[in-house]
Design a protein around this ligand. Structure first.
Ligand code: ADP
Length: 361
C-alpha cells in the first residue's frame, strides 16, 4: 500500500507506475455532477479522476498524476495515508498560496466498492470567502464596541466628577451636563446608524418596489438641508432634469442624498457652494452631489465606504460623524443595483455620483 512519509519535496512515482484508468464508471459521472472540486485516487495515490471543479482549482486536469504532484499539502497526503490504513473519513484544512492565498477544507473518505480496488475520494471546499466574512464580522464588532466605549468612558468620568469634586459647584455641574449631553448624543447617533445598517442589510436581497423621481428627491433633500446650509453660509444649487425616475425606496434614497449633502456641509463648507444635479446618461440615470471644499486625497477614495473608515477620525468626531454614513449609502445603493462613484481633487472639492442602472421612463 502506498504510504506518505512527509518528504520536504514530494516526489511523484515514475509514470510507469500509474494504474490503467478504466472507462469512466458511474462514480466518475457522479463526481462530475458535484458542485465542489473532487478527486478520486487509486490505492497507490494516483489520480484516477478529477471533476471539472478540481481541474479548475488546480489549474490543470491532474488525472494520471500522483496526488503528491497535484496537491502539495503534506496535511492532505498524510490524511490520505491514514485513510488508506483504515482510519475513517477525515476532514483537514490547508492553505494554498499561489496563485492567490486560499483556504480550503478537504474531506477524505475511502470508496470501498470502487472497481479498481479500494480508492479514496478527496472533496475540497473553498473556505476563503467564509473566513474573510468571519474576519470582517469580528473587526466590525471590535470597531463598534470601541466607538461606543469612548463616549461611554467620558460619560462615566463626568458622572464620577459630579458625584465627587464638583458635587457642590453649580457652574461645573452645568458645564459637565452639557458635555454629557454631547457624548450621549454621539452614542445615540452611532446606535441609530448601526440600526440603519442592520435594517438595510436585512433587506439587502429585496429589490425596492417604489418609483422615485430624482428631481423631486433632490428638491426634498434641499428643503431638509436648506436651513443648515444657510446657517453655514453655503449655497445649495439645483440643476435638475425633470422626469427621470428610478425604481427605488423614497425614504432610503432620501437618506442617501441627505448623507452626501450632510458630508459636503461637514467637510467641504469652506467651498461655500454645493451643486445637486440629475442627468440622463447613455445607459444610466445619475444624481450628483458636488462640493468645492477641501477634497479627498486619492489613497482614501477606495476605502471611504468601509464601515468606520475616516480620513481623519478626529475631524469626523469633531463634526459629529460616526464613520458609517458612506457605508449606509453604499448598502442602500447595492439594494437599488446602483453604484456610488467618488471623484475628488484635493483643494478643489469632490463629486459623488449615484449611477442608477437603467433609464426607466
Ligand atoms: P463620517 O460619519 O465620518 O462623516 P462617512 O462614512 O460619511 O463618515 O464619511 C467617511 C469619511 O469620508 C469622512 O470621515 C471624511 O473623512 C470623508 N468625506 C466624506 N465626504 C466628504 C466630502 N464631501 N469632502 C471631504 N471628505 C469627505
Amino acid at each position: 500500500m502506498w504510504r506518505w512519509n512527509k518528504p520536504e519535496k514530494p516526489e511523484a512515482p515514475a509514470p510507469e507506475q500509474a494504474p490503467q484508468v478504466q472507462a469512466a464508471p458511474a462514480i466518475y459521472a457522479l463526481t462530475d455532477a458535484l458542485p465542489d472540486p473532487a478527486l478520486i485516487l487509486a490505492h497507490n495515490g494516483w489520480v484516477l479522476h478529477a471533476n471539472p471543479g478540481a481541474a479548475e482549482l488546480l489549474g490543470q486536469n491532474p488525472q494520471g498524476q500522483h496526488v503528491s504532484a497535484t496537491i502539495r499539502a503534506p496535511v492532505i497526503l498524510d490524511a490520505v495515508s491514514r485513510v488508506l490504513e483504515g482510519n475513517g473519513p477525515l476532514k483537514v484544512e490547508f492553505e494554498r498560496r499561489v496563485p492567490l492565498p486560499q483556504h480550503h477544507e478537504a474531506w477524505i473518505a475511502p470508496i470501498l466498492g470502487h472497481p479498481d480496488g479500494p480508492a479514496i475520494l478527496i472533496s475540497l471546499k473553498d473556505l476563503t470567502r467564509e473566513q474573510m466574512i468571519e474576519r470582517m464580522r469580528a473587526d466590525f464588532v471590535a470597531n463598534a464596541s470601541h466607538e461606543l466605549r469612548t463616549p461611554l468612558t467620558a460619560l462615566l468620568g463626568f458622572i464620577e466628577t459630579l458625584q465627587g469634586p464638583a458635587r457642590k459647584d453649580d457652574s461645573a455641574r452645568d458645564r459637565f451636563l452639557d458635555l454629557m449631553r454631547v457624548q450621549g448624543a454621539r452614542m445615540k447617533r452611532l446606535i441609530d446608524d448601526l440600526l440603519s445598517l442592520s435594517r438595510i442589510e436585512m433587506n439587502a436581497h429585496q429589490r425596492p418596489e417604489g418609483r422615485v423621481e430624482l428631481a423631486a428627491l433632490a428638491r426634498h433633500v434641499a428643503d431638509i438641508m436648506g436651513p443648515l446650509a444657510t446657517e453655514q453660509g453655503v449655497e445649495l444649487n439645483l440643476d435638475l432634469t425633470i422626469g427621470l425616475s428610478v425604481h427605488g425606496d423614497w425614504d432610503e434614497l432620501t437618506q442617501v442624498v441627505q448623507n452626501l449633502v450632510e458630508n459636503a456641509l461637514k467637510y467641504a463648507n469652506s467651498g461655500k457652494k454645493i451643486d445637486i444635479s440629475t442627468t440622463r446618461a447613455a445607459q444610466s440615470t445619475e444624481l450628483v452631489v458636488r462640493d468645492y471644499g477641501q477634497g479627498i486625497a486619492p489613497e482614501h477614495l477606495p476605502r471611504l465606504t468601509e464601515r468606520f473608515y475616516r480620513v481623519s477620525v478626529q475631524e469626523s468626531r469633531l463634526r459629529g460623524g460616526t464613520g458609517l454614513g458612506l457605508a449606509i449609502v453604499k448598502h442602500i445603493l447595492n439594494r437599488h443595483r446602483a453604484r456610488l462613484l467618488i471623484a475628488s481633487t484635493p483643494g478643489e472639492g469632490s463629486r459623488f455620483t449615484i449611477r442608477f442602472p437603467e433609464l426607466e421612463n
